[in-house]
Design a protein around this ligand. Structure first.
Ligand code: NAP
Length: 482
């Protein structure tokens, strides 16, 4: 079976930094279906040869040791460029002609990857429809849509409706690269490939769950976009919710796309909506010092660069177990981690409660940049009376010392071969917006809770730690050792 990937936004950052390196690496490892042609589309005018030589330069930079000239030349033979404006009907007819010319067979499967500005997604989709490029009576036709998918529930719905006029839901692949990460997929294996965790994975043994996506960087040159978005749109609605879903979902009947997605969306459906004073009490918002002096940020900006939320999942497994989600920019370090905090033993026999209060068990799942897990437990201090100390079992998720594959490698291959399991479905995206929309509105209203400042390099505002302490809990503020 032959394949074509058409990339709209061929001259952009994502294409050169992620998409082409990921496709090249899969080709290099012999995993890209043969033949797979790549057709780039953007308004910039250059020839296929010029695009290939630009990509050779950028790819060698991003794939480092994996770059081999012979392999690249063989891969680059399948790369083509077609100048075109998404707003121009004629350009789509020319694209259709180009595709027919380079594809040997009408049964070729095609993926259209929209790696361009979000406002162009509906236009590109409608143009593909008008040019008949969506029809899959012979080869399959799929469309990959980058994040962000809408900016709130209304725009996400509108976008879904617009896309559904041209493509069926089973042709649509909404990307959230977090799901392509090996460590996120390992969560599913940890939970459903073992028997020892699942009996404990519920309200009877777990006190709470913490999910942190911390960035060390500030807004940089993305200020204009970021100030309109804020951390809830930028991180919670997509990445943090994906991590919450894989942590909290029930075991699917089978490990196939629809069964997995059915279970994931049920988690979001069970999230208790905020109401009344919840908007102030169930979260902390912050902005790092100096944010308002960044390029593109208004002097009076009230945009959060940090947020912590407490969510409840009202179902049999999780009723009463808080899920603490937090994310921020300019934090202590870059880390994405999930902490499963178990309950304390019902009756503590050891330790003098005045001098040492044993910490309860904790499972720390490191998603990035460290990739592994640590199980914290109490053990006896050797040659002591009955003194306890916190010990850990440490698992490093590496692949024999080699770098783990980039998330896009797996996702691009899944899109080419038609496996939608790691992509978001329309109901999932809409449900995620249904949860964050009211929080965003409440936090923008005159009754919004205080926007606390924090020093760059901290774990958010001090009020975030105080808020946890008031609930008898602590954030697990530990930078991973890599
Ligand atoms: N970069 C990342 O790391 C990253 C990460 C996650 C998600 N994303 C998402 O991925 C998408 C692309 O991001 P990016 O950073 O690559 O953006 P970018 O560097 O600004 O690239 C945008 C691309 O769209 C093309 N384009 C703009 N208007 C066009 C038109 N009318 N017709 C045809 N092509 C047009 C541009 O090429 P011409 O000017 O030559 O036409 C360019 O190739 C965005 O939705 C972004 O949110 C990016």
């Amino acid at each position: 079976m032959s394949h074509t990937m058409v990339i709209f936004g061929a001259s952009g950052d994502l294409t050169s930094r992620k998409l082409i390196p990921a496709l090249y690496r899969q080709f290099h490892r012999g995993r890209l279906p043969k033949p797979t042609r790549i057709v780039g589309v953007a308004r910039s005018v250059f020839s296929s040869e010029q695009w290939r030589s630009q990509l050779a330069e950028t790819t060698s930079k991003y794939v480092k040791g994996d770059f081999e000239t012979d392999a690249w030349n063989a891969f680059a033979d399948q790369i083509h460029y077609q100048p075109g404006d998404i707003g121009n009907d004629q350009d789509f007819h020319q694209l259709a002609e180009k595709l027919t010319e380079i594809e040997e067979s009408p049964t070729t499967d095609r993926v259209y990857y929209l790696s361009t500005m979000p406002q162009l997604y509906p236009v590109a989709i409608s143009q593909l429809g008008k040019a008949g490029l969506n029809i899959d009576t012979h080869g399959r036709r799929r469309v990959v849509i980058e994040k962000p998918f809408g900016t709130d529930l209304a725009t996400a719905r509108h976008l879904n409706e617009a896309i559904h006029q041209t493509f069926r839901e089973d042709q649509i692949y909404r990307i959230d690269h977090y799901l392509g990460k090996e460590t996120v997929q390992n969560m599913l294996v940890l939970r459903f490939g073992n028997t020892i965790f699942e009996p404990l994975w519920n309200r009877n043994y777990i006190d709470h769950v913490q999910i942190t996506v911390a960035e060390e960087v500030k807004v940089g040159r993305r200020g204009d976009y970021y100030d309109k978005s804020g951390v809830l749109r930028d991180m919670f609605q997509n990445h943090l919710f994906q991590l919450m879903m894989v942590t909290a979902m029930e075991a699917p009947v089978r490990y196939t796309g629809e069964f997995v997605r059915d279970e994931k969306v049920k988690v979001l459906q069970a999230v208790r909506p905020y109401k009344g004073s919840d908007f102030a009490e169930f979260g902390v918002r912050g902005q790092y010092d100096g944010y308002r002096n960044e390029e593109g940020i208004p002097e009076e900006s009230q945009t959060e660069t940090f947020a912590a939320l407490k969510l409840y999942i009202d179902n049999w497994r999780w009723r009463g177990v808080p899920f603490y989600l937090r994310s921020g920019k300019a934090m202590s370090c870059r880390t994405t981690q999930i902490v499963i905090q178990f309950r304390e033993p019902p009756h503590m026999l050891f330790g003098d409660s005045k001098s040492y209060r044993p910490e309860a068990n904790r499972l720390v799942i490191q998603i990035q940049p460290a990739e592994g897990m640590q199980l914290h437990f109490q053990s006896k201090v050797p040659d002591s009376d009955m003194k306890l100390r916190l010990s850990e079992l440490d698992f490093q998720f590496d692949s024999n010392g080699k770098e783990l594959p980039d998330a896009y490698q797996r996702l691009l291959l899944d899109a080419l071969t038609g496996d939608p399991g790691l992509f978001a479905r329309s109901d999932e995206v809409e449900q995620a917006w249904r949860i964050v929309d009211p929080i965003i509105s409440a936090w923008k209203s005159p009754a919004a809770p205080t926007l606390y400042n924090y020093e760059p390099g901290m774990w958010g505002p001090t009020q975030s730690s105080e808020w946890m302490n008031e609930q008898g809990r602590n954030w697990f503020d530990v930078c991973p050792i890599i």
